[in-house]
Design a protein. Structure first.
Length: 490
């Protein structure tokens, strides 16, 4: 036997400890990854969960943020919590138990953005199980016990509610009784929620005094009513009086939370934000360009539409911060809306000579239609030149009159089944109405083959449409394109 053979380690392989050979092998692997595929590896996992990463026992290795968050939300929604008490039990979803799982925050934790380069390369050998990010409702113990336990005389803390009938906050008395140890229950719930799986909690009830006394609730209601008397307002442009929330809406800005045996009003930011949305809508104005009709010499003959600049609320965040701070401090708030202005412009429109004295000041060569309700006729014009009419028509009956104003043709059908309501509320349906040209909502020119004559029809008038001989309705259908102005006047 040679010297080399005599120095061979005869220890069974199952008992060998990792030594230099294993360390060398791992080092070579690491160097190979760094030298060859390291860059590709790092790039691939820069926005994905590293190998060996799991959430509540389920692997998310290689998944991106969106996929991780989606899977966490699915597991949270599917998880059921069985709460067992002394005399009853119930199965609740996590949300029903007052647990809010944050899929996005959990995904962030799983992606391990702070992991070092070395940790990223050694993740194969260092598995990490991430706990879901959860938030518990502070009142979850009382809420769950009221749903689960049927025992009479359950503990109930005094609380504050807003009474619409009394238009103020009122105290709701509590009572001593059997209650759940809130902290113990929350600890169990936290542990169960972290599994994102079906689980069971055993809960016992003990005789306890309310954590919030009736006196504390009365004091909180008084404090809340004092807050309702404070002024919370925002002055907005073009209004003499500032905007204020209605009293019931103002009450929704406050939530009374336990604090050392007392109830303290705290701002409900979502409700304040919702009210500011309504302020933003009141401030918003769409820019409307003004319209001036001028004659051939450039002299303004009429101004059919005044110019209106557009406005948008520009200091919403400032108002939101100020309102929240005032509510938290119990102080009044008088804010002022600031706006960004979008300037409108003037549009000059030259009208055809003589058109300035007509019901519609048309431009030279512009087609338009006139509905004369006094004479029960319609005319067609090009600029100031009449090209058809007057033609007798039937307009709306006294109970369903034809609208007046300036509109334009926006929709046409060569044939249509018309449906609607009669003046008495009953329904009507008329099939195969020919040559329909709508010019305002449900008002249209159309053929009326069921009529033997046209002109004034009194109670036998239409539902508001302009009824015409079929040939005239077709003429309008062919002659007037979409956008043709229609002027209806008495």
């Amino acid at each position: 036997m040679s010297n080399t053979e005599e120095n061979v380690d005869q220890t069974p392989s199952s008992k060998k400890k990792p030594g230099r050979r294993a360390l060398a092998l791992f080092s070579l692997l690491a160097l190979a990854m760094l030298a060859g595929g390291g860059y590709a590896y790092q790039q691939y996992f820069s926005q994905r969960a590293l190998p060996g990463t799991s959430i509540a026992g389920e692997s998310v290795s290689g998944m991106n943020r969106e996929s991780i968050a989606k899977r966490v939300a699915q597991r949270a929604e599917a998880a059921k919590l069985r709460v067992v008490g002394p005399d009853s039990e119930a199965t609740l979803s996590l949300s029903e138990a007052g647990v809010e799982v944050d899929p996005q925050a959990t995904a962030t934790a799983a992606l391990r953005p702070d992991a070092s380069l070395w940790e990223r390369f050694t993740s194969f050998f260092s598995p990490v199980d991430v706990k879901p990010v959860v938030k518990l409702d502070p009142d979850t113990g009382e809420q769950v016990s009221s749903r689960v336990f049927k025992s009479p005389g359950l503990l109930r803390d005094a609380k504050v509610e807003y009474s619409g009938e009394k238009n103020r906050f009122v105290a709701v008395p509590g009572r001593a009784g059997k209650g759940v140890d809130q902290k113990h229950f929350a600890d169990q719930l936290q542990a169960s929620a972290a599994t994102l799986a079906n689980s069971e909690i055993s809960v016992s009830l003990t005789e306890r005094e309310p954590a919030i006394s009736d006196e504390a609730a009365e004091a909180a209601a008084k404090e809340g009513n004092n807050l309702l008397e404070k002024e919370f307002s925002v002055k907005v442009p073009h209004r003499d009086k500032p905007l204020r929330p209605e009293r019931r809406q103002l009450a929704s800005w406050f939530n009374f939370v336990p604090s050392g045996g007392a109830l303290k009003p705290v701002p409900v930011k979502e409700e304040i934000d919702e009210w500011l949305n309504s302020v933003s809508k009141r401030v918003h104005r769409k820019a409307v360009d003004g319209l001036r009709n001028v004659d051939a010499s450039g002299t303004t003959r009429a101004t059919p539409r005044e110019k209106q600049d557009g406005e948008e609320l520009s200091n919403r965040e400032e108002l939101f911060t100020g309102l929240n701070a005032a509510v938290a401090d119990g102080e009044s708030f008088r804010g002022e809306a600031k706006v960004d202005v979008s300037p409108a412009k003037w549009i000059t429109r030259q009208v055809a000579p003589g058109a300035e004295n007509l019901p519609y000041a048309a431009a030279e060569g512009e087609k338009w239609l006139e509905v004369d309700l006094s004479n029960h006729t319609y005319r067609a014009w090009i600029g100031a030149q009449q090209v058809r009419g007057p033609i007798l028509m039937v307009s709306g009956a006294p109970a369903t009159p034809t609208v007046t104003g300036t509109y334009s043709i926006y929709l046409k059908y060569d044939s249509q089944t018309m449906r609607g309501k009669n003046a008495d509320g009953t329904s009507y349906e008329t099939p195969d109405v020919p040559w329909v040209s709508y010019w305002h909502r449900g008002y249209a020119f159309h053929g009326a083959p069921w009529r033997g004559s046209f002109g004034y029809s009194g109670e036998q008038g239409s539902h508001g449409c302009v009824n015409l001989p079929v040939s005239e309705a077709k003429w309008i259908y062919d002659w007037a394109p979409i956008g043709t102005p229609v002027v209806s006047h008495a």
